[in-house]
Design a protein around this ligand. Structure first.
Ligand code: CMP
Length: 136
């Protein structure tokens, strides 16, 4: 099934100069970039994006992190794009993520884990609509 998914290349990746290397991995996988923009995210946008995590103990630190500098938001499209991106990203916790994945190769933190990918087609539809309301 052709799907679209929302990816965030988070502030840690932007600060470390990894945007190009991360994008190259998605492109080499033949995922198509449908939309892409560098953004500064405020607390309200962070709360909307992470609404399911608002009550978690880690959320205040997560909000500080995602609002700490520019990030790159993009929409990728391809066959089973939601799960394909999650495989490329690797496990959430960089310390345990598989070598060969983005987090496995470049992250060593559970919070500063370089990328976000929608975790289901339903979440992808919501997140694409939130970040890129103009997309048809
Ligand atoms: P992401 O895929 O964007 O979805 C939720 C984010 O919360 C996750 O990546 C991490 O950045 C962060 N996160 C998840 N679990 C924890 C945790 N236990 N401690 C700190 N940050 C976390």
């Amino acid at each position: 099934t052709i799907e679209r998914t929302l990816v965030l290349i988070k502030p840690d990746a932007v600060k470390r100069g990894l945007v190009g290397e991360i994008l190259a991995r998605y492109e080499r996988k033949a995922l198509r970039i449908v939309a892409m923009e560098q953004r500064e995210v405020d607390a309200s946008m962070a709360d909307k994006h992470y609404h399911e995590h608002l009550d978690r103990d880690f959320y205040p630190a997560l909000r500080s992190f995602v609002t700490s500098g520019p990030l790159v938001a993009l929409v990728l499209e391809g066959d089973d794009a939601v799960s394909a991106v999650r495989l490329l990203n690797g496990a959430t916790d960089g310390r345990r993520a598989e070598p060969g994945s983005i987090r496995g190769d470049w992250a060593l933190s559970n919070r500063e884990n370089l990328v976000h990918g929608s975790d289901s087609p339903e979440a992808a539809a919501r997140e694409v609509g939130l970040w890129f309301p103009g997309l048809g």
